[in-house]
Write a protein that binds this ligand. Structure first.
Ligand code: ADP
Ligand code: TRP
Length: 333
């Protein structure tokens, strides 16, 4: 069965990392290539919650667009666009604010995390507070079956279902089917190079995809491994060791990975060799995407055309949903 699939990425930073790639982008591209109707967008309105500088926002958007296209997003197959180019996202968001309570919104992670990091409730901007409502609008506009995202977005898809249910119930009509979160349990939460927290651009524990090779080398060489291992001759632990998790994701040479794991457990290989092999594997894995990106950078007009075409196609579908919603609530006959 052909499914409808929706997902987005917020351009709150200026590059995608391997956590984003394996946790979200790769599964999204696979769904695209399996022939489903996919809608993927750059959630630029969402970025306003944290990015306050105009040049930074413009640069983030451009970079995330180029990253996505380089990693295999095919505009012939996917409707690819910028959220702000389709005003229906904002329109639906305004309607949906009325179908979720303040109490429910207060339990959302993004808001609670900010509070835990010491921000006073009084200082949190309403864009951040309302973030899940705009995200629900992003999703429900296209009535998808599934939303491929990383684990950290699960709660947002759940509230989307709750909002859809509340809305359907209130208007006594099944306007919105309930979407499912597609989260892969092995790669939905990739650990950062600090070995402690999920890989995240705001935590400085990432491995980049498109950065300068020297930066990627430093990121990999600086990664946490087995803290109990003092010398290369000490037996080491492979399970849960971030460097081996990355090898499993990136290194296509499975015999090499197995050999490194065996020698690591025996104390017959140093961390440096394990990491150097990971650097080489990273270069091999992402070389096509990196070449594609250089090519796209020279063709920005073509990239802008892709986004314009995507926005026009998304608008056609989204407008129909707005019409249906306006009719259901009594704003239109
Ligand atoms: P970041 O935490 O780096 O700011 P985003 O919040 O922009 O990442 O996430 C973009 C997409 O990538 C989302 O679908 C998110 O769930 C996924 N994602 C982010 N970090 C990880 C990770 N460490 N492991 C797996 N998926 C992730
Ligand atoms: N909140 C998501 C993130 O931080 C981005 C996003 C916005 C999204 N709207 C969405 C993801 C709709 C899936 C569906 O990455």
């Amino acid at each position: 069965m052909t499914k409808t699939i929706v997902s987005g990425i917020t351009p709150s930073g200026n590059e995608l990392h391997i956590g984003n790639y394996f946790g979200a982008v790769k599964p999204q591209i696979e769904l695209q290539n399996e022939g489903h109707q996919t809608y993927y967008f750059i959630a630029d309105l969402h970025a306003l919650t944290t990015v306050k500088d105009k040049q930074t926002l413009e640069s983030n958007i451009k970079n995330v667009v180029l990253d996505y296209l380089s990693l295999g997003l095919d505009p012939e197959k996917t409707i690819f666009f910028r959220q702000s180019d389709v005003p229906a996202h904002s329109q639906l968001s305004v309607v949906l604010t009325n179908f979720v309570t303040y109490g429910h919104m207060k339990r959302m992670h993004a808001f609670k995390d900010k509070l835990e990091k010491g921000a006073g409730e009084e200082s949190i901007n309403m864009g951040l507070f309302n973030y899940p409502i705009l995200m629900a609008a992003d999703i429900l506009l296209y009535k998808p079956n599934g939303v491929p995202v990383g684990e950290d977005q699960r709660q947002h898809v759940e509230i989307t279902r709750d909002i859809a249910e509340n809305f359907n119930h209130a208007v006594n009509q099944d306007v919105f089917p309930l979407p499912e979160a597609y989260i892969n349990k092995d790669v939905g939460r990739i650990i950062g190079t600090d070995g402690q927290r999920k890989m995240s651009k705001s935590l400085g524990n990432i491995i980049s995809i498109f950065a300068d090779e020297n930066i990627i080398k430093d990121q990999i060489m600086g990664s946490y491994t087995d803290p109990n291992r003092k010398k290369a001759t000490d037996p080491g632990t492979v399970e849960g060791n971030p460097v081996f998790l990355y090898h499993d994701l990136i290194n296509q040479n499975t015999a090499e990975v197995q050999d490194l794991k065996n020698r690591y457990k025996e104390g017959a290989v140093g961390d440096v060799e394990v990491k150097q092999k990971l650097i080489a594997a990273h270069q091999a894995y992402f070389s096509t995407a990196r070449a594609k990106r250089l090519e796209l950078e020279q063709n920005i007009d073509q990239v802008n055309q892709i986004l314009a075409t995507g926005a026009a196609k998304a608008t056609e579908v989204a407008k129909e949903t707005i019409k249906e919603v306006y009719q259901a609530v009594g704003l239109r006959k």
